[in-house]
Design a protein around this ligand. Structure first.
Ligand code: FE2
Length: 129
C-alpha cells in the first residue's frame, strides 16, 4: 500500500516542481514498500536514490524561489536541511537495524506537511510570475 499520495491540493502551481514532488513521493512509497516486505537488499539503493533526488529537488526549488524573489528563501532552506538530516538518521538506522517503519513514516509525514505548509508559501508568488 502506498504510504503517500500526491493530489491537486499539493500543487504549488509550477509544473516542474509538482513533477519533482510526485517523483519524491514515488521514491518514498517504493522505499516504504521495501521496508514492509522486508526487502533489505533493496533498501540502501532506494535510500541513496531518495537522498540524491531530494538534493536535486531542493536545489531546483531553492533556485526557483530565488528567481522569483521569494522572501522566505532562507527560512525555507532551513526546512530542507531538516529533510537531509532525517535521511541521515534513516541511513544510520539501516545500519543499526532500528525500527525502520517508524522513522520512515516520520519522513513521509514531514514531506506532506512541508509541501502543504512551507512550499505553499511560495505558491502565490509563483502564480504572479
Ligand atoms: Fe520545499
Amino acid at each position: 500500500m502506498a504510504l503517500m499520495q500526491w493530489d491537486e491540493a499539493m500543487s504549488v502551481g509550477v509544473e516542474e516542481l509538482d513533477a519533482q514532488h510526485k517523483t519524491l513521493i514515488d521514491l518514498i512509497n517504493q522505499t516504504f514498500e521495501a521496508i514492509e516486505r522486508q526487502d533489505e537488499g533493496q533498501l540502501p539503493r532506494l535510500v541513496e536514490k531518495m537522498a540524491a533526488y531530494g538534493q536535486t529537488h531542493f536545489a531546483t526549488e531553492e533556485r526557483y524561489m530565488r528567481d522569483i524573489g521569494f522572501p522566505g528563501l532562507e527560512e525555507h532552506r532551513f526546512h530542507h536541511a531538516k529533510f537531509k538530516s532525517t535521511v541521515d538518521d534513516f541511513r544510520r538506522s539501516l545500519e543499526s537495524r532500528a525500527d525502520l517503519s517508524q522513522i520512515f513514516i516520520f519522513l513521509s509525514r514531514w514531506l506532506a506537511a512541508h509541501i502543504m505548509d512551507e512550499d505553499m508559501r511560495y505558491a502565490p508568488h509563483a502564480r504572479e510570475h
